[in-house]
Design a protein around this ligand. Structure first.
Ligand SMILES: Cc1cc2nc3c(=O)[nH]c(=O)nc-3n(C[C@H](O)[C@H](O)[C@H](O)COP(=O)(O)O)c2cc1C
Length: 330
């Protein structure tokens, strides 16, 4: 392909193969107004003297403000600032509304919460086709301890530690099933201990779990759920709960008996869920929000991949009901 018949969309897509961070560049216009836009064309130029550059679309509604101003500030956005990137990529809106800003050189608005920030004096402006290349000398910079937002292939991305830097051998085994199983049992341990202190057995605990996804299951349904995880649910077990006033069987005139929580049973389960949620928080303590989401996403993919032969009664849509206790305020 030669330049005259480039397809602009394909050209953009090819450029999108180059992974960048995301910045918001701000300035104060000659009219005293604040201007800013999202830009990923930012790059470093020189260490001594310290210089950076970015390119500005001539069609941008803030083009006149940047070309007419002697200063600008570049904010390298952090992972949790995607919403700001979107806001500053929208033309003509009041981008600074409700934002707390401080003032830098020449009154340029400075944003907080980013990964790094550079205050610059505009030293050169070059023609660059439909863009203007702005080169700035860095007058001051700040580095903050937050992970940067990443842009690739037209979408936002996150940084992930390369897996090779994680020493797998400390877990004793690198088999995925072992890792998932061990993580599960370790996470459960404090919950189990807590329940034991409340006089509950492992089976009680499992029963709570099954019913917390949705009460109103028949005994047969509960038994089949237990069977699949290699456990047996005995009638006596249910009777104990009923006798303790925690479960109540109800039999509709034309149907099979279904098992419900009593108010006391529901409260106990909500208490148990609070332990479970606390255990999750502890388990994820060494991960930041994004890593935790990624972990869940990846485990979700494994679940999807391995779920093809799952019996229908174990599928989420068949267990999880609107009356589940997980999505109710605890
Ligand atoms: C990730 C991302 C990167 C962008 N990079 C640039 C850039 O380097 N230069 C530019 O002029 N516009 C860039 N844009 C587009 C501007 O942010 C967008 O056109 C914005 O509406 C301009 O605002 P304005 O017209 O109010 O000045 C980018 C947008 C996004 C979402």
């Amino acid at each position: 392909m030669n330049p005259s018949n480039f397809d602009p969309r394909q050209f953009r897509q090819a450029l999108g193969a180059f992974t960048t961070g995301v910045t918001i560049v701000t300035t104060r216009g000659a009219d005293g107004q604040d201007y800013g836009l999202t830009a990923n064309s930012f790059n470093s130029v020189s260490i001594d003297p310290p210089m950076v550059l970015w390119s500005l679309n001539k069609d941008s509604s803030s083009a006149h403000a940047f070309t007419g101003s002697k200063h600008f500030a570049v904010h390298i956005l952090a992972t949790d600032q995607e919403h700001l990137s979107n806001r500053f990529a929208k033309r003509g809106t009041d981008k600074f509304a409700d934002l707390t800003t401080t003032r830098g050189h020449d009154g340029v608005p400075l944003l907080d919460g980013c990964s790094a920030r550079f205050q610059c004096r505009t030293t050169y402006q070059y023609e660059g086709g439909d863009h203007i290349i702005l080169v700035g000398e860095v007058l001051a910079f700040d580095r903050f301890d937050s992970s940067p937002l990443v842009f690739h292939g037209g979408g936002y991305r996150r940084l992930l530690e390369p897996a090779a830097t994680v020493d797998q051998s400390v877990y004793g085994d690198n088999w995925l099933g072992f890792l998932l199983g061990r993580a599960y049992y370790q996470m459960q341990l404090p919950i189990r201990q807590q329940l034991k202190a409340m006089g509950m057995s492992d089976l009680d605990f499992e029963l709570l779990g099954m019913l917390s996804f949705g009460e109103g299951k028949t005994l047969t349904e509960l038994r089949r759920l237990f069977e699949f995880v290699g456990k047996e649910l005995l009638q006596e077990q249910l009777d104990t709960w009923v006798n303790k006033g925690l479960l109540i069987p109800e039999t509709p005139v034309d149907g099979a008996q279904r098992i419900y929580f009593t108010e006391a049973g529901r409260q106990l389960t909500i208490e148990w869920l609070a332990f479970a949620k606390a255990a999750e928080m502890t388990a994820l303590e060494s991960l930041d929000y994004e890593e935790a989401q990624q972990l869940k996403l990846l485990i979700g993919r494994v679940i999807q991949q391995t779920g093809e032969t799952l019996p229908a009664h174990w599928r989420k849509e068949n267990i999880w009901q609107d009356n589940n206790l997980w999505q109710q305020p605890g």
